[in-house]
Design a binder for this molecule. Structure first.
Ligand code: ASP
Length: 340
């Protein structure tokens, strides 16, 4: 085995953390992520602490919903709305820019009890894309609405249900700087073709992270998953990643698990990563831990991204094949942790 392969395997296994469920009493579990590719060693202590406190706050609120008997879907939506409203993250306010200097946002949510799901792609004026995704799930017969069609659906629901903003609401100075850095890099390597290993096309050589996701098991035994993002900085306009693609960036099925991914969306779509975790559990009897590990080690490429997942018994698995992934986990047994 080559030394880089060994380092990669060690990286994945070290970052894979698993929490076990105990007994049969109704319990709950929740995991959240704030994007793969985090490089905490490049951050100053204050920035790190700000991210951690935002994650703790969101985790606390998600946990409170589950603890009091609320649904996994409500917990997932609430956590993601909080992170979308926080300009630190690449979701809602704070979303990255596309190559045209605009923000196009994607989100999805899935209910493991009946496989109902909803998603929106390329929305430009919806303050909380996860809220609109949930309405697509509950108030249409469709799964995914994109761009103008999604905006028209939001118009129809009204701004009291779906708050609207100017596209500039999503702008933050750090994302402007990130776009400039990315444009410069892109120019410098125009000769090389797009690929997931060409730094000009990936966002993970940049310490600004921030796609958000949440997976939860509630006390009624229902699983839910959701993911929200501004996508990849300097993406082509109209580009849609994995986050609103059910089966790629998000999946939930009460028979197995709930999954949210973060990373190079094209790879998650090609490999149906979120669904594959569930499928390995259902058809190959894999444990949650092994299914997550297999996707990170054997299906995705090194540095593609990370996953959070919770299974029907309340086990939690968190892993990444990037330098880090800001995440948090909590459960009914008193576990509560935020880490990179
Ligand atoms: N997966 C997201 C996308 O490709 C990006 C990310 O997770 O950072 O749009």
């Amino acid at each position: 085995m080559k030394s880089w392969q060994l380092i990669f395997i060690l990286l994945v296994s070290v970052s894979l953390c698993v929490s076990q469920s105990h007994g049969d009493e109704p319990t709950f579990s929740i995991a959240i992520h704030g994007g793969a590719g985090s490089k905490p060693h490049l951050m100053d202590a204050e920035t790190k602490a700000t991210y951690e406190s935002a994650m703790k706050d969101a985790l606390t609120q998600g946990k409170a919903i589950l603890e009091s008997g609320g649904t996994a879907l409500d917990a997932v939506e609430k956590v993601i709305v909080l992170l979308e409203d926080n300009p630190l993250f690449n979701a809602g306010q704070g979303a990255v820019f596309n190559a045209d200097g605009k923000h196009e946002l994607d989100a999805s949510i899935m209910n493991g009890s009946d496989l109902s799901c909803g998603a929106v792609a390329g929305v430009k004026t919806v303050k909380n894309p996860i809220g609109l995704a949930r309405k697509v799930m509950t108030e249409t017969r469709h799964v995914l609405l994109a761009t103008d069609g999604a905006e028209a659906f939001a118009d129809q629901l009204g701004s009291d249900k779906i708050p609207r903003v100017e596209n500039s609401y999503f702008t933050t100075p750090k994302r402007k700087m990130q776009l400039e850095r990315r444009r410069t890099k892109r120019k410098a390597s125009q000769a090389s073709p797009p690929s997931s290993t060409n730094p000009a096309y990936v966002c993970f050589d940049d310490p600004l992270i921030g796609t958000v996701g949440c997976v939860a098991l509630d006390k009624h035994g229902n699983l839910a998953a959701g993911t929200s993002t501004g996508g990849m900085s300097n993406k082509r306009f109209g580009r849609v990643g994995d986050s609103p693609v059910v089966g790629a960036g998000t999946y939930a099925d009460n028979k197995t698990c709930a999954v949210s991914g973060t990373g190079i969306g094209e790879e998650y779509i090609r490999k149906s990563v979120a669904y594959n975790v569930a499928a390995q559990m259902q058809y190959a009897n894999a444990t949650l831990e092994n299914a997550v590990k297999d996707n990170l080690e054997n299906r995705l490429n090194p540095n593609d991204g990370g996953l959070i997942a919770v299974d029907k018994d309340g086990n939690i698995a968190v892993g990444t094949n990037t330098a880090g992934m800001l995440h948090g986990i909590a459960d009914g047994k008193g576990q509560f942790k935020v880490a990179w």
